[in-house]
Design a protein around this ligand. Structure first.
Ligand code: AMP
Length: 275
């Protein structure tokens, strides 16, 4: 299976090629076609499996077909930390460089004013931490009724950080008809409850990740559909990220984001990026 078999937008494929990736990882092979079909996806996958591109690539492919609307973001990605939100934003920049989608990053430590301006103009992709998103909503500056695709990334970390009530509230502010792409490394009962309540007939994609050598990982994928619980398995190797081995405690810490360190323009962290 190659990226070109996944029915992604040609300019997305070009950006993927330029990023140096030849073959999709197992989570990408399984999640991308389902996301492109408009299905809800429940991805059980850790950092290091390529899950971010697993939702970013189909999202760009879907969003390029529509139009931006003022104050009503068309898609929403919720991340537990601002560091992770910035990483997702980097992925949108990398894979969306041939498109004119607009993006706003709503994270703490950045002035509301700059972020408000972007939202007023209209954004295709809103990437946010739950608390900051709700702060904007409560100030009456943001409507979530235009959200067509919603991503919840690292839901189990959201649980550890006490964000589940916020996530529930945000789900209820978005349309029932939205498509949801939901990722978690593990499935504790509270996270399972959330998926049962807010995902519609999701396809479940599961990747287990085992360190086989200091710089490689093995991925095994299981794909379940509610109607046909056939099991499809695959294997791939990709470089492990140095931060993949970080402990949960350090991963939970709220890092003070240094935009220049993350290769981002500080203006983009203030909220703006033209993709
Ligand atoms: P993630 O699990 O999304 O945090 O991604 C882990 C790392 O894998 C990131 O550094 C990605 O840039 C990289 N990556 C994503 N997709 C691929 C791919 N198809 N082939 C090789 N590396 C990839």
């Amino acid at each position: 299976m190659q990226f070109s078999d996944l029915e992604l937008d040609p300019n997305v494929l070009k950006a993927v090629e330029e990023a140096g990736y030849t073959d999709p990882t197992p989570i990408q092979v399984q999640a991308i076609p389902e996301a492109l079909k408009g299905r809800d996806v429940l991805g059980i996958a850790q950092t290091g499996t390529g899950k971010t591109a697993g939702f970013v690539l189909p999202m760009i492919t879907i969003l390029v077909k529509g139009r931006t609307r003022a104050r009503m973001p068309r898609s929403l990605i919720l991340c537990p930390t601002r560091e992770l939100a910035a990483q997702v934003a980097e992925n949108f920049e990398k894979y969306g460089k041939y498109h004119k989608l607009t993006m706003a990053l709503l994270i703490g430590g950045v002035s509301f004013k700059d972020q408000d301006k972007l939202i007023d103009r209209g954004v295709d992709v809103l990437i946010a931490t739950p608390g900051r998103l709700l702060d904007h909503f409560e100030r009456g500056k943001l409507m979530l009724t235009g959200v067509q695709i919603m991503v919840v990334d690292e839901a189990d970390r959201m649980l550890d950080m006490g964000f589940i009530p916020d996530i529930e509230r945000i789900f209820k502010l978005t349309p029932f008809t939205r498509q949801t792409l939901f990722f978690s490394a593990t499935m504790p009962p509270e996270v399972t409850r959330l998926t049962r309540e807010f995902l519609h007939n999701p396809v479940r994609v599961e990747v287990t990740r085992q360190a086989t050598a200091p710089d490689t990982v093995t991925q095994r994928v299981c794909l379940f559909t509610p109607s046909r619980r056939d099991r499809v398995q695959g294997k791939a190797r990709l470089p492990a990220r140095p931060d993949a081995a970080r402990g949960r405690r350090s991963a939970q810490r709220h890092h003070l984001l240094q935009p220049q360190d993350r290769g981002l323009d500080p203006a983009q962290v203030a909220g703006q990026a033209r993709l």
